[in-house]
Design a protein around this ligand. Sequence first.
Ligand code: UTP
Length: 444
Amino acid sequence: MNYAEAEKMLKGCGQEHVLAYWKKLGKKEREALLKQIATIEPKNVKYCREALAKGADVPDSSKGKAPKVAVLKGAALKKAVEAGEAELRAGRVAALLVAGGQGSRLGYDGPKGCFEIGPISNEPLFYFHARKILARSIRYGATIPFYVMTSEANNAATVQCFEENEYFGLDPKDVFFFTQGMWPGMTKEGKIILDEPGHVFMSPDGHGGLLAALKKSGALADMKKRGIKSVFFFQVDNPLVEIADPAFIGYHVQQKSEYSLKLCAKRDPFEKVGVPMQFGKSFRMVEYTEMTEEQCKRTTKDGKLYFLYGSPAIHVFDRAFLDREASKAMPLHLAFKKIPTVGADGKVVKPTEPNGYKFEKFIFDILPNAKTAAFLAFDQKDEFSPVKNAEGGDSPATCREDMQAKWRKWLAAAGVDVKPGVPVEIDPVYALDAEELASVGICL
Ligand code: UTP
């Protein structure tokens, strides 16, 4: 894109101020700015401005009902596992990781997946994900291709981390990196914000940016070519996740579901997790901020929370459903943030109060479009302990504790008594679960 093209495009969407400092920019800055402008799509600018004009659109959730959530046990569990194992053996399962977030709460300088979490090995989060995928592929004798969504800001460092670690044992041809979109921040008035005279403030378009990115990058086409049917979706910050868990895959297949969600009982009525609700025949994820106090506290006759289950963002999608949704526009969520701006004198101003909007799409917004959905309960302690904050709850310390508590349980089941305080760690390729650990044995 050259200057004239950039100017024409920006004028067309009322954003010509983006070139206001052009004359003061050096050659390199000009090139970088033009490169950035080329990534801005006029239709997206229009879409953001429409979202701003509409304001935060909080849908009414007062008529929502708790969906039916399956708790698999005994014969039903066995059948689901068998169905999932058949899917895995047939090579119809892919793993899909969203790792494009900025991890601002953790405050780690680098992709969150490179954060060292192994209690003994200090291996990064990516290690545990990749090794689980490898172990599952070995167990079922079929490749589980691994699709990793990054952002422009962390793609190079992510790929480097995989390369330096020899893809943690995975075959590089089965690992597909793709980057999500970046959208410009805007003022209340719908003007794109420059955070430097030659630089537009841009941020990743949310985990819902996944759909457009899957299509644009060719990842969806790659899945189709490989005969993938079930796509296991997970987030980078949870090393406890049971990737491509046969029971979950199997239940999804049995239910002929397009979008399946693993749910866990909320730890308290006001826990900050999304709660899926049923509205007529369809479902929608209701954010905790949208729930009334009455809804949060409502109980059933036996004293349990009526809206008991929250979503830790562990899903299985039907690949054809993702394909169908990928070309549709998704709703935008607005976040009012403190964004550096350029003052009239061309100097950068760091605001003390929020002054601009970031735009994000959320993956669970496609739930109402699913013709069939399924919900499966699991025990939070076993599969969900995210690294969100630097300290306190959901931090590296709590996560390492939870990882070790799970492994200690496996070790105890295998007859090994670990003294309190002794650190433990198990490579997923050595043992993927308690049964495998008991069968391979432990060398002390
Ligand atoms: P979070 O909502 O926890 O955001 O992402 P985050 O960016 O990791 O952390 P904070 O909020 O800045 O502290 C949940 C998952 O969604 C991914 C993250 O990488 C994480 O796996 N994500 C989030 C994306 O892939 N892209 C995004 O634009 C946002």
